[in-house]
Ligand binder design. Sequence first.
Ligand code: DAH
Length: 341
Amino acid sequence: MLTEDLENLKREICGEIDEIDFSNKKGLADIRVKVFGKAGCLTLLSKGMRDLSPEERPVVGALINEVRNFLEEKISSKEKDFEKQELRERLEKEKIDITEPSREKIGAAHPISNVLDRLTDICVSLGFSVVEGPEIETDYYNFEALNTPKNHPARDMQDTFFINDNILVRSQTSAVQAREMEVRKPPFKIICPGKTYRNDSDSTHSPVFHQLEGLVIDENISMADLKAMLTILMKRLYGEDTTIRFRPSFFPFTEPSIEVDVSCPNCHGKGCQTCKGTGMLELLGAGIVNPKVLEMSGIDSKKYRGFAFGFGLDRTAMILNSINNIRYFYRNDIRFLNQMK
Ligand code: DAH
């Protein structure tokens, strides 16, 4: 009797499942409950096993299992079909036409971000890794570890904002050099871009500005490596016809120190307003890392040497875009930013 009931049930439910189409998802869920639910027909039939003789029980038990697996499989496969169909319909409905012209106003990168991206690309192509450091810095990393002890006159050039006697907003990205030398194993090549701060304000100086620092530590580094690297960098940034001039200078953390000028990209050396008639533009500071600085950071100065350079991104962006006042960068005037596209 039970065997027959089972066969009938199987046939009947199969028919019902086959008839259900996608528009009736609820119907499929109802069938599941009707068969497998607490008061579902298969559950009830299983309970009927109690009344069977011990000989019949295993035979009917096996049949119940078979019907259960069969129906489970059939319902699940239909559920999966429905899910696929649902996804297809959603994809169809949510299709966007990417060829449609945008009605949004397209923005543009800020000139400083632009210069930073260009320089980063050039440096990464030359094998440098990019590192960032904190803007709120200790006196130690900003000055002392860079061979500029308290009361050193060179501190005057970089008056910044102190939070207390030992904490300040960094006046130079060179602070990141000092941090990285402590943790990296030579040889390495890094650039450290970021915001810097100084108590300065006129048409070419802003209390917040941007620098990019470069540092290479290796054996047998010489001034020739520094000159070659800066020449490549400047030519890639300002154009192949750029000429470069190196002048002796002073920084506490480099020995010897140099300052680097490039031919004015506006007049190509003839003299114009951008270069104040000199044909050249002062661009950056650089030098061979002072052995004292290496030693302070735990690098063996007998074995390793390094060169470093640091320059202002604001100034570079001003030159490249013929902008005569640094404040435009920080005013967020949409008319100015629109011209930068
Ligand atoms: N930190 C210097 C400044 O802000 C620039 C500089 C000079 C960076 C020489 C260097 C360097 O790494 O070697 O004026």
